[in-house]
Design a protein around this ligand. Structure first.
Ligand code: OAD
Length: 247
């Protein structure tokens, strides 16, 4: 797909980008929905919910612990690098926030700085007992064979990600809400737009008058009228050609 640069970044002061699994597809990672998606083989009701963690935590580890292996082998692709370049090219009176639903750390590996991981991070493990004092810690072990236990309270340990049925981390939610009050360019990249609350961010952005742009392999279904512009194609091919960077 041939895209002439159409987003002149110099026109915007407060840029907010929302990314989803599609931006990491070019790095060889599975998306969640669609024919080869994660939820095809592992039913979301069975593996993706907070209640599974309570009733059968081995299943939670089977899916998300197992995901640590491909995620840690993956490398950022041109879409991740373009966003990092956009951020570093901005002038001192411009602000940039990258909100990601992804738990794969690829934005940070590409050099992005101001990243909010609203669904947590796959390589962090924490205690499932909210009253326990164990600090969340970096952990790349998949734990697919046996459920790890907390060294302090013996509760089940869990990946530090947001499961269905759980709220977003409150600091992350608060920060996103604050940014969406003054955004003037909002981009959503590689997301089906089906998971709340991220699916609503474009509406907030539109409400405050931001230019709203979707970059995705396919159109949203059902269509979301809050998006003004759509670029349909692979993020790793579209993004490197999409921006006029500050010189
Ligand atoms: P989805 O799997 O729902 O959607 C991925 C989107 O990316 C789809 O619309 C694809 O068409 C598109 N896509 C695929 N390849 C692409 C490419 N190369 N370039 C651009 N777009 C591409 O993923 P998310 O919207 O991220 O949450 O899903 C949101 C949340 O639902 C996830 O964070 C996860 C999931 O269940 C948790 O597990 C907590």
């Amino acid at each position: 797909m041939d895209v002439t640069p159409q987003i002149d970044l110099a026109k915007y002061r407060n840029i907010v980008v929302l990314t989803g699994a599609g931006i990491s597809a070019g790095s060889g990672l599975q998306t969640y929905r669609g024919p080869d998606g994660v939820w095809e083989k592992h039913k979301v009701e069975e593996y993706g919910h907070a209640k599974t963690l309570r009733t059968n935590p081995q299943k939670t580890w089977e899916l998300f612990g197992g995901m640590r292996i491909p995620v840690n082998a993956a490398k950022p692709n041109p879409a991740h690098y373009t966003l990092s370049k956009v951020e570093s090219s901005l002038s001192s009176d411009q602000n940039f926030l990258l909100i990601t639903q992804n738990v794969d750390s690829l934005h940070q590996k590409a050099g992005s700085k101001n990243v909010i991981e609203i669904h947590g991070n796959l390589n962090t493990t924490k205690c499932s007992n909210e009253n326990c004092e164990l600090e969340p810690f970096f952990d790349t072990q998949p734990h697919t064979d046996s459920v790890p236990r907390c060294p302090k309270c013996d509760s089940v340990l869990r990946p530090d990600i947001v499961l269905f049925g759980e709220p977003l981390p409150s600091l992350a939610s608060w920060q996103v809400t604050r940014w969406l009050r003054s955004v003037d360019l909002f981009l959503a990249i590689g997301t089906s737009g089906l998971v709340y609350p991220a699916s609503n961010y474009v509406r907030s952005a539109k409400y405050v008058g931001a230019r709203t742009v979707l970059i995705n392999l396919e159109e949203m279904s059902p269509p979301n009228p809050s998006f003004e512009d759509e670029y349909i194609g692979k993020a790793e091919e579209v993004l490197p050609k999409l921006f006029i960077l500050n010189t």
